[in-house]
Design a protein around this ligand. Sequence first.
Ligand code: PEP
Ligand code: MG
Length: 571
Amino acid sequence: MTNYIKGIAASDGVAIAKAYLLVEPDLSFDNEKIADASAEVEKFQKAINTSKIELTKIRNNAEQNLGADKAAIFDAHLLVLDDPELIQPIEDKIKNDQVNAPTALTEVTDQFIAIFEGMDNEYMKERAADIRDVRKRILANLLGVELPNPSMIDESVVIIGNDLTPSDTAQLNKEFVQGFVTNIGGRTSHSAIMSRSLEIAAVVGTKSITDEVQQGDMIVVDGLTGEVIVNPTDDEVIAYQNKRERFFEDKKDLQKLRDEESVTLDGNHVELAANIGTPNDIKGVLENGAEGIGLYRTEFLYMGRDQLPTEDEQFEAYKEVIESMEGKRVVVRTLDVGGDKELPYLNLPDEMNPFLGYRAIRLCLDQPDIFRPQLRALLRASAYGKLNIMFPMVATIQEFRDAKALLEEERANLKQEGVEVSDDIELGIMVEIPSTAALADVFAKEVDFFSIGTNDLIQYTMAADRMSERVSYLYQPYNPAILRLVKQVIEASHNEGKWTGMCGEMAGDEIAIPLLLGLGLDEFSMSATSILKARRQIKELSQSEMQELANRAINAATSEEVQTLVKQYTK
Ligand code: PEP
Ligand code: MG
């Protein structure tokens, strides 16, 4: 039966494909005594063998599609399956206690996990996580349940899940994954942001998609409107195929603007830059005519692995990005973990409000052993092009001064070691906490530039979690309160001869762009796929008219009034 579901449009595009459910299967079982222990041991050995075959396939696939470093995680898992010190006691338990294999497996592995987790040693703690993962696979094989495995997908699908973690998203092979739909999340959750750089259609925050879809159902995802159709009629399939074609035609048309400047009708030039998560995104950046990189989210380098990247690994990644931009500005943001971006191997305690907790610059200043290698890698890479460094989640001027002091220490160290470092690195901050926006005039005296992170600035100003679809009505980029903060930050920077960019999703938003132009924003940084559309729009607007619009908008009372004004001025 055809079913219509509405969610939040998260990534442009139209997808039509079979559903692939990415949900945790039910792995519950009964603790039972068994009569035939040798048959049960045999069953267990069979599950181990099947798990080995599966993991080897996954490992090889990951190596081919995602690189050797991502595949290494599965090597560690294969070692667990081959470890007699773990496997033998499980078989002994089945025989001696006459319990079924799931019970023996769970009890024995629980003991190992407790021992490893109790050790004061990062490496051992990671082994506990490996055992947990491998146990899940063996258990699934014992129970005859299939585990979802996004990295193994080899046909056209639409992924359906409660939420996708950023590392799930990083594993998606865009050749096969046409789109995804989730229960939770908003336009600025990181899986949504990543879907835009992967150019796959996405709808998030549907609340109920996992209850409405069965494995293999046909799904239409309209990432432009947020509509999802489960088991569409033949006519609907044809209509959406046409829409998909029109979408691709428009994309082709936009390519003509690739090498043009982003200039308003009255001759005002702004910079259109791209947000990236990994060096792999550079291809899309160049194809979409970005004038620079306005945000490199380095935390993705730290994710989907089981230990911190070394200074050299980081240096290679930063250098690759900086070199491939051939002298265009690259703004790299230092590590911003926390919120919806977790690093399990740091073993951070759970917090009641992770978005308000121990994260980003707070964590980096508290743990210089993590921060310093990143600063050194960045300084070393600065010799290969035009690097700007910015710190995330800065709430006080002291945090900026402390971060800058660490950077300067590392610069001096490197110079002493005879390593070349650029002396043209601009140092800036993300403005994403209201206290920093309020004190922008003070910050502007000490920083070289600002980049407004509206994804967070909106959630903190409106006190509305960016991940929560229930309060998404409060997540209002066009609220005059937000516009006033943006205006204040831009003016503060200009008064000191500095510049302001914006790297939150608002910078690429069709309704926000006229307002931001009018407010005098210097740099707009967005998903690469939004750049050409933004360029087309800017070329049709007049800066002076947009100034008039912005002046009226900041004096409006509501987000709706602002949207009406934008429509009037951009007709
Ligand atoms: C922001 O907060 O606007 C931002 C760009 O950072 P992130 O989305 O990574 O939190
Ligand atoms: Mg942020």
